[in-house]
Design a protein around this ligand. Structure first.
Ligand code: ATP
Length: 136
């Protein structure tokens, strides 16, 4: 399979920059599998998983929402956060999940429901991705 260049960039750091065979991201209209030669596109991404295929192997990272753009066989994912399974602090994610669930359950005054839902979604996504290493 032909390779193309993939960059995954977060505000903290360049998370990933290398040649890959395929990347699958979760766009707003569903999964988007990107191969070499794909037509240009820029589209928003959901909180979810990025599946990176390289040397016949697949790696999965958790990402927050962001954008993917494909231009001239260069694919760039810009996201608020990205972590590989072994970078995820599961206790932190569990605590974030409980905090968000508590906020949604109690719905106190001035609560930002949408913000709590996004925090819950990020935490659940991190917990799912953190499990992936156990099956390698
Ligand atoms: P928390 O409430 O625990 O901060 P959050 O979802 O609000 O969770 P983000 O704003 O998405 O956190 O991320 C802030 C930074 O912290 C990013 O660099 C992200 O990669 C990192 N991060 C957040 N949660 C975890 C985690 N469970 N394990 C490792 N890194 C994390």
């Amino acid at each position: 399979m032909s390779n193309f260049h993939l960059d995954i960039v977060t505000p903290d750091k360049p998370f990933f920059s290398d040649e890959v065979e395929m990347v699958i991201v979760r766009g707003i209209d569903g999964d988007l599998a990107i191969l070499k030669g794909r037509a240009p596109i820029t589209t928003p991404l959901r909180i979810g998983k990025v599946r990176v295929f390289q040397d016949g192997k697949e790696r999965i990272a958790a990402i927050s929402d962001g954008y993917v753009s494909v231009v001239d066989d260069k694919v760039t994912i810009i996201t608020e956060s990205a972590e590989w399974p072994d970078e995820i602090d599961t206790e932190r994610a569990k605590a974030a999940k409980e905090r968000a669930e508590d906020r949604l359950k109690n719905r106190r005054d001035n609560i930002d429901i949408h913000r709590a839902e996004l925090a819950l979604h990020r935490a659940i996504n991190r917990l799912e991705v953190s499990q992936i290493k156990k099956f390698d």
